[in-house]
Write a protein that binds this ligand. Structure first.
Ligand code: CTP
Length: 228
């Protein structure tokens, strides 16, 4: 039997940072562990990976199948995705993107002596996952992540529909020890066709291998269905 052809994965990982001035920024608790584990798992399964990563404390992956594209801001992540999405068969948006950026970025450090309370005016950043289908014309298998603290299924399904994903990986970040900045995770998979399954609590590296197996199978099914 001939081996199945290699797929091209694009994965976003980690947080993004939105500068306020040269020393301050807005960001979040994402460690990037889930995105990097997915990249390692996809490369380990023989696939090519573009890993577009915000600032994280994880060593550069050694696997030559992984091309790391480091970025800082949401706009940089958006541009890096835009430049590479056309080559991807599968896109997994695991990054915890900063949803807002300061409207004005000060070129000098803002001094406390200049003001009392400090009111920041924020504007929405680009929705990278939400742009994939229409603005960026992506026709491959699209996976989103949903970190929620309540109404997991309803919010994840609404996000999946709004951002036109094939699959949503959802986790309850109110539970201690899983999700953001943890070694472990427990996720629910919501499929666009209505199905759902739970992947029980496990190390992110173990979950990532399971997720890549499932995503690979679904992506190949979708490719077969759209080519006939
Ligand atoms: N995402 C993205 N670009 C953004 C915000 C989110 O690509 N600017 C992606 C994330 O990588 C994730 C998915 O969208 O795959 C869901 O992210 P989330 O922040 O939970 O969704 P939001 O649309 O921001 O919804 P809300 O803030 O209402 O929960």
């Amino acid at each position: 039997m001939t081996p199945a052809p290699t797929l091209h994965f694009l994965i976003t990982a980690g947080p993004t940072r939105e500068p306020i001035d040269p020393v301050r920024f807005i960001s979040n608790r994402s460690s990037g562990k889930m995105g990097y584990a997915l990249a390692e798992a996809a490369a380990g399964a023989g696939h090519e990976v573009d890993l577009i990563s915000g600032p994280v404390a994880i060593p550069v992956p050694a696997d030559p199948r992984i091309r790391l594209v480091p970025v800082e801001s949401t706009r940089q992540m958006y541009e890096a995705v835009k430049a590479r999405l056309g080559e991807a068969d599968v896109a997994i948006m695991a990054a915890a993107v900063a949803d807002y950026r300061p409207v004005q970025v000060s070129s000098q450090k803002v001094k406390k002596s200049q003001q009392g309370d400090w009111v920041l005016h924020l504007q929405k950043t680009e929705d990278i996952l939400g742009s994939a289908r229409e603005a960026l014309g992506f026709a491959g298998f699209l996976v989103g992540f949903a970190a929620e603290t309540e109404n997991l299924e309803a919010y994840a399904r609404e996000k999946m529909k709004r951002k036109r994903c094939d699959l949503m990986v959802a986790n309850d970040v109110s539970q201690p020890g899983i999700g953001f900045d943890s070694e472990e995770n427990e996720v629910w998979l919501f499929h666009a066709d209505g199905g759902c399954e739970r992947l029980p609590r496990a190390a992110k590296t173990v979950l990532a291998r399971e997720l890549v197996r499932i995503i690979e199978r679904l992506a190949r099914d979708r490719m077969r269905a759209t080519s006939t």
